[in-house]
Design a protein around this ligand. Structure first.
Ligand SMILES: [Zn+2]
Ligand SMILES: [Zn+2]
Length: 340
């Protein structure tokens, strides 16, 4: 951003903000789809004419990474204050946090001292930021199991392409939007596109679905799936001793690409047959929705062949259909080399 754009924001309220805006903050900001609490807080601060670093002081925080910490643990008194000052419901505020949830173990660790080949706390898709009317950071970008954008098909990034620093909007001292690097002023929307092989993106989506579906089922398999995903670097390369969430995004992309070329044993071995089949089929289909669609196609063809002229309820038993479906997926996989 140039000097002209910077000088467009000349006024900043730094002191006694809560005392000045006692009852309700002048500008309210609605959360955007899947927005992370810290992202919303930064946008809220800027909309009200205060830089994120100063907003931390106004809220009584002086520690580093103040807003990413709130994503993980939002004190009740602050949640009440945010509701009161913005008219957002408690549910809308808590929906932006990352605490609780079955996928907490997959969150990238908070650290702002960036070493080469280490993870940072936040990832982003430059094209998503470029498409946003108000650029913001998504909750799903906090997960170590995510390496690409499902919308744009490109790799995520975890550093500024100019200065290699991690995202540090929480420390932004000027009135600049959060797609501007807080360290060097680079526009993150202009970062070069990172590529991820199609097979790795299919595996990534399947893994996201497996974790989501098993967590929705309330199954103990959730922790099993998550712990297997965390150990994925060792499955990709037996010499690796690090867990997935300690790797940089570039390293995790390479890890997923290596896993996509290997058998799926690392995700299904030593499991009961039903659970293993379910994971295996989701991966083979490239995601849960794709698996359901193929299953529906199979049922339709099966019924059409047996009773083509009138509607009828399925007359095959479920276990038989699952077995037949599994055989079909085995043929499909061996013919398209999805896994091997
Ligand atoms: Zn995107
Ligand atoms: Zn930078």
């Amino acid at each position: 951003m140039g000097d002209a754009a910077r000088s467009a924001f000349a006024v900043e309220i730094r002191e006694r903000y809560l005392a000045i805006a006692r009852d309700r903050w002048p500008v309210s900001v609605d959360p955007l789809p899947d927005e992370l609490l810290s992202s919303w807080l930064h946008r809220l601060a800027l909309a009200n004419g205060i830089a994120p670093r100063s907003f931390a002081g106004a809220l009584g925080f002086d520690e580093r990474m103040w807003s990413p910490r709130l994503d993980l643990c939002l004190p009740l008194n602050l949640a009440r204050l945010l509701c009161r000052q913005t008219d957002l419901s408690p549910g809308a505020i808590s929906a932006m946090t990352m605490n609780g949830g079955a996928l907490t173990a997959l969150l990238l660790p908070l650290r702002d001292n960036v070493h080469r080949n280490r993870s940072t706390w936040m990832q982003y898709c430059p094209q998503c930021l470029a498409a946003d009317e108000a650029p913001y950071f998504r909750r799903q970008w906090r997960l170590a199991s995510r390496v690409s954008c499902f919308t744009h098909g490109c790799g995520l990034r975890d550093r500024c392409a100019a200065c290699r620093a991690s995202i540090a909007t929480f420390d932004q001292g000027e009135l600049l939007p959060q797609h501007i690097c807080a360290r060097c002023g680079f526009d993150l929307r202009a970062a070069p596109k990172a590529s991820v092989k199609a097979a790795a993106r299919r595996l990534e989506r399947a893994i996201a679905d497996i974790c989501r579906v098993e967590s929705a089922m309330g199954s103990t398999k959730t922790s099993d799936a998550v712990s297997r995903v965390l150990r994925a670097p060792a499955a990709a390369d037996a010499r690796s001793r690090r867990t997935l969430k300690n790797l940089s995004t570039a390293e995790r992309i390479r890890c997923f690409e290596a896993l996509a070329a290997k058998p799926l044993d690392w995700l299904v071995n030593n499991m009961d047959a039903t659970g293993a089949y379910r994971r295996w089929m989701i991966v083979a289909a490239g995601g849960h929705e794709a698996m359901i669609a193929r299953f529906a196609d199979f049922l339709e063809q099966h019924q059409t062949r047996s009773k083509p002229r009138r509607f009828c309820q399925p007359d095959a038993d479920l276990s038989g259909l699952l077995t037949a479906y599994t055989r079909m997926m085995i043929r499909y996989t061996s013919s398209t080399h999805i896994i091997a």
